[in-house]
Design a protein around this ligand. Structure first.
Ligand code: SF4
Length: 282
């Protein structure tokens, strides 16, 4: 039987309005990156886009908002969008990605249909101070613990290639594993001239080592996704990342960068001998 790959799609429902200073992020208003910035999309648009993503094969659908974390307005909006999607579309795993979140806010999202919460640790605790000064790594870790506390599935990972050392990479992978997440996105830094981090210090071979180590640390039954940066590092070499242990990928566009067309990705999977998963295990 063909190994099956789980596809996930991302919808940036509030873009580019963040006041924080994460040096890798085009959504920070501080760096004036040339991206589309908008306030909340309409709920109808979000439902239509979710329907389209499912048609393209997505099993997971992630509602992302820019900003440090949830506030009353944001949590209400994401909950309304989630409830609308759940009432109209069946068998779509709904993920919220809205920054730092309290137990109460996460309970509210769960009660409105959110299945999973994504909050990335981004890098090691030690290196985090170099790439962000407006909030702490421990706040990130705490949100991940809150996710587990309320019984949502946890999706947490990070970004590699932002100037971190080998030790930082190891520390990040161990920190992710300590949270025992259901799914882990591995992102590889996509340089943008507006951002303070100008280049990417990671090769394809190093990225493959990270995928292998992550698979070993996280266990065989977990989702391990190659997310942002896939097209930069693995275009034409996708089979290597799946052989290394990845079993999931993002289709369509990322938050502020374009991805390959989903039809191209599906052809790629067929060509290298993989199937598209049609149900989540959980
Ligand atoms: S808090 Fe999130 S949206 Fe804001 S700059 Fe950092 S990574 Fe980007």
């Amino acid at each position: 039987m063909k190994k099956e790959i789980f596809l996930c799609a991302i919808n940036n429902i509030l873009s580019g309005t963040c006041l924080e200073d994460c040096k890798f992020c085009t959504q920070s208003v501080r760096y004036h990156a040339d991206i589309e910035r908008y306030n909340y999309k309409s709920v109808d648009t979000i439902v239509e886009e979710a329907r389209e993503a499912q048609k393209q094969g997505a099993l997971g659908y992630c509602l992302v908002t820019a900003g440090k974390g949830l506030d009353d307005k944001k949590v209400d909006f994401v909950a309304r969008a989630a409830a609308a999607i759940k009432s109209e579309i069946k068998n779509l795993n709904l993920i919220a990605c809205n920054g730092t979140a309290s137990i109460e806010q996460l309970r509210y999202l769960k009660s409105h249909g959110i299945d999973s919460y994504n909050h990335n640790l981004e890098t090691s605790e030690n290196y985090y101070k170099t790439i962000c000064t407006t909030h702490t790594w421990s706040e990130r870790y705490e949100t991940c613990q809150n996710v587990k506390e309320v019984g949502l599935q946890l999706c947490t990972g990070g970004i590699f290639g932002m100037g971190e050392s080998e030790e930082d990479r190891e520390a990040l992978l161990h920190a992710i594993a300590s949270l025992n997440p259901q799914s882990t996105p591995l992102n590889f830094y996509h340089p943008n001239e507006a951002l303070p981090i100008k280049s990417r210090n990671i090769s394809r071979d190093e990225a493959l080592e990270i995928v292998k180590k992550a698979r070993k640390l996280l266990g065989e039954d977990k989702l391990l996704m190659v997310a942002g940066g896939r097209e930069l590092l693995f275009d034409g070499y996708e089979a290597l990342m799946f052989e290394a242990g990845a079993n999931s990928m993002v289709i369509g566009n990322y938050l502020t960068t374009e991805g390959d067309a989903p039809s191209k990705d599906k052809k790629m999977l067929e060509r290298i001998g993989y199937g598209v998963a049609t149900t989540c295990h959980e």
